[in-house]
Design a protein around this ligand. Structure first.
Ligand SMILES: [Zn+2]
Length: 301
């Protein structure tokens, strides 16, 4: 089976993760822009980060045969540094129209502050102007209210529900998100929150329409194989292949494909992996390394 992970922060992951994802059948992914675990101190680091998402990281992914897309946005936490956030808003239009940028994201609420709402609204208008889907991060605290507010504001800004992917859902939020016509994304977090046994039950209860699963793997404790593992678990629990295909591959492609920047043909045909390729003079290989070919070998040369 082929998989598509529509939310994974590969910048924070290793080449082993890329290899494991490719081996498990992940053929494409979306890397949303987010925060680095500590606050940035200037607009230049946002610029470099956005550039890396459409440059070096995309190249790195290609070296493992995985098609890399991204969403670009100002994350909710850093919206609270208003002077810096204003500067970031000015550079966003330089990035959201680039090739392979499939949406504005991840944006939304963290603490549900006034500053967060201000920059969430501004970015929704940017997405509307650019006809791009929006990838919405919903808050971990006071999630139900934060999710409702995120949807209300998106509609208020003139975004059709079908252009908005509401992320990090759980059993408390999913029904309303689906009923209102939004896409419902679920992050499978190890050890906490949304484990994949709960995800199986959600798909059994609500069916596969407009639901998508992601790993949101980043620099924290997370699992870049969450999508293929959940597919396997759903299969074990008797969910049919078509439903599994929709929630672990097709729905995300349909939703973000509305950007016009995501072409399934780019990853359905087998990609040639050539690890001797370079990106601005740099490769994933270290001095004298041979491109990795025998992935099953226990010998690490
Ligand atoms: Zn994220």
């Amino acid at each position: 089976m082929k998989f598509f992970d529509p939310h994974v922060h590969m910048t924070s992951r290793t080449t082993d993760d890329y290899q494991a994802m490719a081996d498990a059948g992940v053929v494409g992914l979306i890397e949303p822009a987010f925060w680095l675990g500590q606050p940035r101190t200037g607009v230049a680091t946002f610029k470099d980060y956005y550039s890396s998402l459409i440059g070096w990281e995309r190249f790195r992914s290609s070296q493992f045969g995985i098609k890399h897309y991204c969403t670009i946005g100002l994350n909710s936490r850093e919206a609270n540094n208003e002077p810096l956030a204003e500067q970031v808003m000015e550079i966003l239009p330089l990035f959201i129209y680039k090739e392979g940028v499939v949406g504005v994201g991840e944006i939304g609420f963290d603490d549900q502050t006034a500053a967060e709402e201000k920059f969430y609204r501004a970015q929704l208008l940017l997405a509307k102007e650019a006809s791009l889907p929006v990838q919405v991060h919903t808050p971990h605290r006071d999630k139900k209210r934060g999710t409702q507010r995120s949807m209300d504001i998106a509609l208020d800004c003139g975004l059709p529900a079908g252009m908005v992917i509401i992320d990090h859902n759980n059993e408390e939020t999913v029904q309303e998100v689906l009923e209102r016509g939004f896409w419902a994304a679920f992050t499978i977090y190890p050890f906490t929150k949304m484990g994949n046994e709960r995800m199986v039950e959600v798909v059994k209860k609500y069916g596969p329409d407009r639901i998508m699963i992601n790993s949101a793997a980043d620099w924290g404790i997370s699992d870049p194989l969450a999508v293929p593992k959940t597919a396997a678990l759903m299969k074990q629990h008797g969910i049919n292949d078509e439903a599994i295909h929709l929630v672990t591959y097709k729905n995300a492609i349909t939703a973000f494909g509305q950007s016009g920047q995501l072409n399934e043909a780019d990853f359905t045909s087998a990609q040639q992996i050539d690890q001797s390729q370079k990106f601005e003079g740099n490769t994933v290989l270290r001095g004298g390394q041979q491109p990795r070919v025998d992935k099953d070998s226990l010998i690490i040369r």
